[in-house]
Write a protein that binds this ligand. Sequence first.
Ligand code: BES
Ligand code: MN
Ligand code: ZN
Length: 505
Amino acid sequence: MKTTLSFSTPAELETESLVAIALDHAEKDPAGSTKKEKPQLKLATGDAAVQSVAADLLASGELTGKPFESNLLHKPAGLRAKRLLLIGGGSAKKFTGYDLRRLAGAAVRIVKSRGIRSFAFIVPPGIPVEEAVRAIVEGALVGNFDPDYYRSDRKDQKIDALTIVASGNADHAALEKAAQEAQVIGESQNFTRDLVNEPSNRMTPTILADRAKKMSQEVGLKCEVYGADKIKELKMGAFWSVAQGSDEPPALIVMTYEPAGAPAKPVLGLVGKGITFDTGGISIKPADGMEKMKYDMAGGATMIGAMRAIALLKPKVKVIGIVCATENMPSGKAQKPGDVQIAMSGKSIEIINTDAEGRLVLADGLFYARQLGCTHLVDAATLTGAVVVALGYTNVGVFANDDAIYERLHKANDEAGEKMWRLPLDDEYKDNIKSSIADIVNSGGRWGGAINAAMFLKEFVEDTPWIHLDIAGTAWMEDQKPWIAKGPSGVALRSLVEFVKSFKT
Ligand code: BES
Ligand code: MN
Ligand code: ZN
């Protein structure tokens, strides 16, 4: 999708479709009354000609004003556009960049399903214009993705060109930069979604590593891929304990971004869980829904996509991306409940559940990142079903061993328009991972399961400032939404890129 900024008046713009947001200016609950006021819809544009085309419809009382309510008018009088799409944005008072991102995605999905290939989106006033441009570009790219490659009746309806109509006396150069950056981020998010969407027979650890290598070559990253020999040589006993059970060779993917002029510190480490299929191993999962475990490499794919964006945006900070990729399979070579494994850090782990494999590969990935000199760590992983119980499909679970790094991430995810919620890591939870025969067990049981998993990881990061993102509930859309297709979401990538950018000098 090509993105162009336009500074002409919306009415003057020649386009297949102009898109304008309708906001509700009604006071929802007038003081002292239980009655809701009727919606009072106004278009979020200063263009009188566009407002006048929509005036009758908005005043008709036929519209609810709810988010994503849409109406398409053909041959709008007084406009050069062929169509005018009105899309509801909900309450004007509550309208933010978060909502705008989704509306842009929804506009793409409405327009492309009609076979239209290009349109122009009017930047609404009320949100700082740079932020708005960024939200529109990122949201539109998210909406443009559909994961239906393997269907013979695939429609392949993509928007080819988006024009963003920013009137007023905005700083053109700053807006161009915002749009370009957003384009890189949105495309990287879709790159991640492509990786996650592939089924496990088409996305083995080897293939994932090949995709990381190819991407790295394209954007000028250093990328090394190591196999079983190196994993054993590094004494990654926790990673290998999972990998040993599969006939597919594992891959330790290490991508390095080191721009000229970057300070020696900080060095950021982005570590991803890359389980290309999680059967549970000998502690095998029930058959029902197991097909979804192809997305258990989403954390790894997020880090590969984030490294792509970082290499293209070029912040002045060193970043190392590490993905521990393997299948988790039951076999004659697979580890068994009760086995004791020695992690790279030297800690002994009693494996009481082979389905708690993500924390095993990450334990060595995180420790290795520290050995490579990382001063700050972030991991992303579809780590626990328990985080879905705790936070549902809406918020990423965030854990941090350091308040300053948490605040930095929180600010980043706010700017990136993603929802994340912090969960605790109190010392009390450590009791849950005590073992009677080893240093720790790999499963702390059902209660507080997402926390127990994070407590396990904490043992391997020790005092390095660290963020753990549990994306099990958010990396896959269970249903399609107006702004996004069903399937891989690419969640956390935008926040990670923003987080990395916040370190640049
Ligand atoms: N990959 C799963 C977690 C998961 C669950 C991801 C649902 C996406 C959706 C992980 O490896 C796992 O199996 N976790 C176990 C841990 C338990 C055995 C301690 C879980 O959550 O049940
Ligand atoms: Mn598992
Ligand atoms: Zn898993």
